[in-house]
Design a protein around this ligand. Structure first.
Ligand SMILES: [Zn+2]
Length: 392
């Protein structure tokens, strides 16, 4: 399988998009792009089924360590609530602080659970300032642009109270409104790239420069955080997609409705009633098949007998597959066996079956040896018999 590990290479995802006619040329005049690529490529997924398939293939390419460069465009009029922190400060926001940003915004927005992603630190515009990136996604909350901008103001005010003078210029400046008004948003795991002109002496040219810095999963916070599974790459990709897919025909209909709404009373109703912030009828995002474990005996057995220190005290969530065969223990621990040390941001988790406990890792670091952490499957550590008796 083709896996792109450098800018400009063709990987499995890109090839699928191309082979299925989902890629539009740079010069194509229509503007119903669903996604964009950093090299100027434009993607059109015309049906909800194609969007589902795209998310599956994106997750699989991400898990395979493919270098991805995809920006997701919002759907209109409704999309899933999202916010982007692009902050500068003397020191980078720590993971704990990024999680606090998520919790504070979740409380301020007053809606459902929020998935928090973080990017590695970058140089600020004026050294020695450093830049911190945090994405917050509300997978169960749909909104329109006006509703999202209102939520953004509430979040900025709450952050100014909760974390005053933490970022240069205050939180209103750090919470980027562009993601809600003009730009799309870079997908989880996607790398940043820029086209850099290298013209000179009458010769113009462009160079595709990889900046890395993919956003990685940090935590799910807020009310009903347990209802959002973020265990597999596919879970995370689905939970952080801002799009509410529908078929192209419906998209066109919806845009025509908006254009003619001034003349049609019922359609006026439809537009003025466009939900501000709402939860969908089904609170659970795509995916699932897991439930959280609250049984203290099981939680204790996993902590004390399976994970052991230092991972035991860092476990914050234990889920069990509906068939009862598999447990997944989420931790805040950065200590990764694949890396042979600690990650700065990404945390590790454990898949526990009767065969043993196997460490996995959320890091998206293709340089980690011997394999990228996103595809690393730790060797199963056998379970003590007393743990198996409690777990099954
Ligand atoms: Zn790792």
């Amino acid at each position: 399988m083709a896996v792109a590990r450098g800018p400009g290479e063709w990987g499995q995802l890109r090839r699928w998009l191309h082979d299925n006619g989902h890629v539009a040329g740079r010069d194509d005049p229509s503007c119903d792009d669903t996604h964009r690529l950093f090299d100027g490529g434009r993607i059109r997924l015309r049906t909800a089924d194609a969007e589902e398939e795209f998310l599956r293939r994106y997750a699989s390419a991400w898990a395979d360590g493919e270098w991805l460069y995809v920006i997701e465009m919002r759907t209109a009029p409704l999309f899933r609530l999202v916010m982007e922190v692009d902050a500068e400060s003397a020191t980078c926001l720590s993971d704990d602080e990024a999680e606090m940003v998520g919790r504070t915004c979740c409380e301020a927005a007053g809606v459902g659970p929020c998935v928090v992603l973080v990017a590695p630190p970058k140089d600020g515009s004026r050294p020695p300032l450093v830049g911190s990136g945090v994405h917050m996604h509300w997978p169960t909350t749909q909104t329109d642009v006006a509703g999202a901008l209102r939520a953004r103001s509430l979040c900025a005010a709450a952050l100014d109270l909760a974390m005053p003078v933490r970022v240069v210029g205050g939180w209103d400046r750090a919470l980027d409104p562009c993601v809600l008004t003009s730009n799309g948003i870079r997908m989880v795991g996607s790398r940043k790239a820029e086209m850099v002109g290298e013209g000179g002496g009458g010769v113009s040219g462009e160079r595709f420069v990889d900046r890395g810095r993919p956003y990685a999963f940090l935590a799910v916070v807020g009310p009903d955080a347990d209802s959002v599974p973020c265990i597999t790459p596919h879970d995370i990709v689905c939970a952080t997609s801002v799009r509410i897919p529908c078929d192209a025909a419906m998209r066109q209909q919806s845009s025509m409705r908006q254009q003619s709404s001034m003349r049609q009373e019922d359609n006026m109703q439809r537009v003025s009633n466009a939900p501000r912030l709402q939860s969908p009828t089904s609170p659970s995002p795509r995916g699932g098949g897991w439930q959280d474990v609250r049984d203290e005996a099981v939680l204790g057995a996993v902590r004390q007998l399976v994970l052991r220190e230092p991972h035991a005290s860092a476990m914050h969530r234990l889920s069990r597959s509906l068939d009862g065969s598999t447990y997944v223990a989420m931790t805040h621990s950065h200590l990764c066996r694949n890396k042979g040390g600690k990650h700065r941001h990404a945390s590790v988790y454990f898949v526990i079956t009767r065969a043993g406990s196997s460490q996995r890792c959320f890091a998206h670091d293709p340089s980690a040896s011997p394999v990228p952490c996103s595809v690393y499957r730790g060797p199963p550590d056998p379970l003590p018999p007393q743990a198996s008796r409690i777990l099954w």
